[in-house]
Design a protein. Structure first.
Length: 172
């Protein structure tokens, strides 16, 4: 729904997304810096990032992501309207064919409608040459969102909460 063939927000999404009243159901009163998750499913809702993390990405990694400011946010647990100006729908637009083909098992699969997609079977290994100098990107085939250790450290330094990282090996 949110993406076209290239992983960017469509013009219709850019126009309509800010009008959506987003309903959240947090477990704690203080909302995290990331609501939702970056998905490899192009039909999934894009995550919301809080302003400090957005500013970090725009300043240090320009052109890697696109953002649309959120409209109204309703907290259904604590029954309150939240300041949507602090959150942005986020999308990683930089793409890299990043899995090492000799060390990763990327499989082409078919849906019932005949369309194809790629999935990583097991754990993959990143191609060092392909990702050299990259800090946050979407894999061109599997659509996984990946990042460098530098990005992780900077995100943690701005206090980004509710971001989950796991280590991925890089080829020599």
């Amino acid at each position: 729904m949110a993406y076209q063939d290239v992983p960017t927000f469509s013009n219709d999404v850019r126009k309509e997304l800010p009008k959506v009243i987003l309903v959240v159901r947090p477990k704690v009163e203080e909302l995290p810096d990331v609501i939702g998750q970056f998905s490899f499913n192009p039909a999934a809702s894009p995550p919301l990032l809080r302003r400090p993390l957005v500013e970090l990405i725009q300043r240090d990694y320009p052109g890697c992501c696109e953002f649309i400011q959120a409209g109204k946010i309703w907290d259904d647990v604590f029954k309150r309207e939240l300041d949507g100006s602090q959150y942005f729908f986020s999308n990683v637009v930089k793409t890299i064919d990043s899995w090492d083909p000799d060390l990763s098992d990327v499989r082409q699969l078919s849906r019932k409608d005949g369309s194809v997609y790629f999935a990583l079977a097991g754990s993959g290994v990143l191609n060092a040459e392909a990702v050299n100098g990259a800090h946050i990107w979407r894999d061109a085939k599997t659509m996984h969102v990946l990042c460098s250790e530098e990005f992780r450290e900077k995100a943690e330094a701005v206090g980004a909460s509710n971001m989950h990282f796991y280590r991925v090996d890089v080829s020599a």
